[in-house]
Design a protein around this ligand. Structure first.
Ligand SMILES: Cc1cc2nc3c(=O)[nH]c(=O)nc-3n(C[C@H](O)[C@H](O)[C@H](O)COP(=O)(O)O)c2cc1C
Length: 288
């Protein structure tokens, strides 16, 4: 791996949501780097059009609360508003693409936090004057993490790569051959599953589950996730499944490997047998 690839892989594992920011806006050169990251995002579904607005947040505003963030997010100087035009798996594609931005911001030393907006799409469309057909799932606030200490903590995470975390262990979310018993992934898959399980998700629901069978990695999400709450919130499973796929694709890139995703939507081969509580999302074919 080149240094840039190591940095990318470490950023995938090290990224954590940042909820306290330095108030000062980023320098124009830094914002130019952020724009370059946005321009480099890869699609999941090529025909969908992905757009991202970059907006400054006024110092005194509590726009993040107004936009429906849970918990307190202090002083983020900027926000990205990703939206998608196109109707094929919009929530999955939004998660897939915006996670690439979140990870690459970490690699730039910047902090970020998603703010989910499912159920409040109309309000967000109005506020940012988006087209009526724009699909939305989450905004991404970003800036410099609040204190030198926070910055150091982030760097320590980047150095140590793994550490104490509330993320489900690989051996609880990964299955081989069938769904009999969860197990640890085989060596070649481990770095991919490690990247996947470190993905962010709304209220840390971690809906993803994996089945490895005949050289294909099948991704499922739990159909019902109590943490998402009743109603519309359940659709975060699609967005967060996409986020998880984004991490796997970034890991493939960092490891110099290739693979292609195909969605389970009735157009290609069907999913392997699975428990009723799981929704088949996509399959990953590894090319090397
Ligand atoms: C779609 C989505 C919506 C989120 N919404 C919020 C939010 O409104 N407020 C908040 O503090 N964190 C929010 N988060 C951050 C999650 O709480 C966080 O990703 C999760 O707890 C895992 O922690 P980590 O990102 O540090 O790994 C959101 C994350 C995602 C993916």
């Amino acid at each position: 791996m080149t240094l840039a690839e190591v940095d990318l892989y470490q950023a995938i594992l090290a990224r954590r949501s940042v909820r306290r920011y330095e108030r000062t806006p980023l320098e124009p050169e830094e914002l130019a780097q952020v724009r370059a990251v946005i321009a480099g995002v890869r699609p999941l579904i090529a025909e969908n059009q992905y757009h991202v607005l970059l907006r400054d947040l006024p110092a005194a505003s509590d726009l993040t609360a107004a936009l429906g963030a849970y918990g307190r997010i202090a002083n983020p100087p900027h926000v990205l508003v990703p939206y998608l035009l196109g109707d094929r798996h919009p929530l999955v594609d939004l998660g897939f693409r915006t996670e690439q931005i979140a990870v690459r911001l970490t690699a730039l030393g910047l902090g970020s936090c998603f703010i989910g907006c499912l159920g409040r799409e109309a309000e967000v469309r109005d506020r940012f004057e988006l087209p009526g057909t724009a699909h939305l799932a989450a905004l991404l606030v970003f800036g410099r993490p609040a204190s030198a200490a926070a910055g150091r903590a982030l760097n320590a995470l980047v150095r140590e790569v793994t550490g104490a975390t509330r993320k489900l262990p690989a051996a609880r979310i990964f299955h081989e051959e069938d769904f009999g018993h969860p197990t640890a992934p085989p060596l070649g898959l481990e770095p991919l599953i490690e990247a996947a399980r470190n993905a962010p998700s709304a209220v840390d629901a971690q809906p993803w589950r994996f089945l490895w069978r005949e050289g294909i990695l099948h991704l499922f999400v739990k159909r019902w996730n109590p943490r998402y709450g009743p109603g519309l919130g359940q659709s975060y499973r699609l967005h967060d499944g996409g986020v998880c796929m984004g991490n796997i694709s970034l890991a493939l890139e960092a490891l110099g490997r290739e693979g292609s995703w195909a969605m389970y939507d009735g157009n290609g081969p069907g999913p392997p047998e699975h428990p009723e509580g799981l929704l088949p999302l996509a399959r990953l074919e590894l090319h090397q």
